[in-house]
Design a protein around this ligand. Structure first.
Ligand SMILES: Nc1nc2c(ncn2[C@@H]2O[C@H](COP(=O)(O)OP(=O)(O)OP(=O)(O)O)[C@@H](O)[C@H]2O)c(=O)[nH]1
Length: 392
């Protein structure tokens, strides 16, 4: 699937940069056009892969290149003021090559959080291609203001895009290291999941290795639909076509190798079904009740001998049961030199998402608390500056 990607704000820009690195190192061809938009000049300068001419500084007259300071209203203002600048950068793309737009943003800050829904609305008016969002939720311990920003942006972003794909930093946070290192690891997780999904739809990269049942861009677009929230599950397992993988686990699975050391069909089927279970029941990009899914897509990638239709059919039936939805698409994506088999499960249109309710509760508490503090500090300030009336 070929995307016009727009990284909005600091997190959006960094993740876009990582997508570009992934795309060029693997030759997947998923990025048709890439633009970074920010109100902070330093963040734009820190990017490595986004071409200089596609870095758009917005809101200079509002925030003078210093960023929106975690204030989404300012992010929104910057975006409105410079929509034409952003559009000029988008105009450089060959729009006939693009299947969809993807706007990437951290929802807890100011620029991406406030600006992304404005840009999505604008693109909806101009283009027939679907406009998707990739929204990054802050972790719980970032505190009230980030969760309040995210709760507001989550609503307006979800309303303005065709589908909001969500990644929750909270579910993937790593302990111990510096924030920068932690984000680098989290960003790898993001790229692994979403990169694998979008590359699957980019069938030209397959060359002669035609998949048994191809998942193309239109399958992804139909799964994502025209409104809703999406969570993604992922699981992978290393395979060694050279024959070094015939350990205990393989034997227990009842699998075996042929004379060339390749997995036999039974082995491949079991591996696929167990990976799909792990992907669905393990850590999702947004933890949700799987049976609240409206549409699902299942994709299995790996070396051709490790993929088979029986495994995918079995896994698809299992996923239909779990999600209780009839619209479950499935396909494979052969990668001849790949050393792992991976299952990606797309749960689109999910509605039972406790993490979102939790974020909204934190947001309401933060708003009430800041209202209380505002009125308290107003009274306290009056007490402090009042002069000469004390004895009256
Ligand atoms: N996954 C991930 N999340 C990040 C990263 N950097 C920041 N975030 C998240 O994004 C939120 C803040 O968004 P930023 O993108 O830094 O903010 P911004 O849009 O640039 O807005 P301002 O800085 O207020 O102008 C934080 O609360 C984090 O949750 C990153 O590299 N990866």
């Amino acid at each position: 699937m070929k995307l016009a990607m727009i990284g909005f704000g600091q997190a959006g820009g960094k993740i876009l940069d990582r997508f570009l690195e992934y795309d060029s190192s693997r030759g997947t061809g998923i990025i048709g056009h890439a633009i970074a938009v920010n109100s902070a000049k330093a963040d734009l300068m820190g990017l490595d892969y986004v071409p200089n001419e596609n870095r758009v500084l917005i809101g200079q007259s509002v925030v003078k290149g210093h960023g929106a300071g975690t204030e989404p209203d300012l992010g929104e203002k910057c975006a409105r003021e410079d929509l034409e600048e952003i559009q000029s950068a988008i105009d450089k793309m060959v729009s006939s090559e693009i299947d969809a737009f993807l706007i990437i943003a951290g929802l807890g800050g100011g620029t991406g959080s406030g600006g992304s829904p404005i840009l999505a609305d604008h693109l909806q008016r101009l283009y027939v291609e679907p406009i998707y969002g990739l929204g990054i939720l802050p972790s719980r311990d970032e505190g009230g203001i980030y969760n309040r920003n995210a709760a507001r942006s989550f609503q307006s972003f979800a309303e303005s895009v065709d589908n909001l794909l969500v990644f929750d930093n909270d579910a993937f946070k790593t302990g111990g290291e510096s924030i920068g290192e932690g984000y680098a690891e989290i960003n790898d997780e993001i790229i692994t999941r979403f990169g694998a999904l979008f590359s699957a739809g980019e069938v030209e990269a397959l060359g002669d290795n035609v998949a048994e049942s191809v998942v193309d861009a239109s399958e992804i677009i139909n799964t994502l639909g025209e409104h809703g929230i999406t969570s993604i599950g992922y699981a992978s397992e290393p395979v060694d076509p050279g024959g070094g993988n015939s350990g205990l686990l393989d034997r227990l699975r009842g699998g075996s190798k042929d004379e060339n050391g390749f997995s036999t069909a039974g082995d491949a089927t079991n591996r696929i079904t167990s990976l799909v279970r792990k992907a669905t029941l393990g850590k999702l990009t947004l933890q949700c009740e799987v049976d609240s899914t409206e549409r699902a897509l299942l994709l299995v990638s790996g070396p051709p001998d490790a993929l088979n239709r029986k495994g995918i059919d079995k896994a698809r039936k299992w996923l239909e049961d779990q999600t209780s939805c009839m619209e479950v698409r499935a396909g494979d994506y052969p990668l001849p030199n790949e050393k792992k088999v991976a299952a990606i499960v797309v749960l689109a249109g999910v509605t039972d998402v406790p993490r979102v309710k939790d974020m909204q509760r934190m947001a309401i508490e933060a708003e009430e608390r800041s209202e209380e503090l505002r009125s308290q500090s107003k009274d306290n300030l009056e007490d402090l500056i009042q002069y000469g009336d004390d004895e009256e």
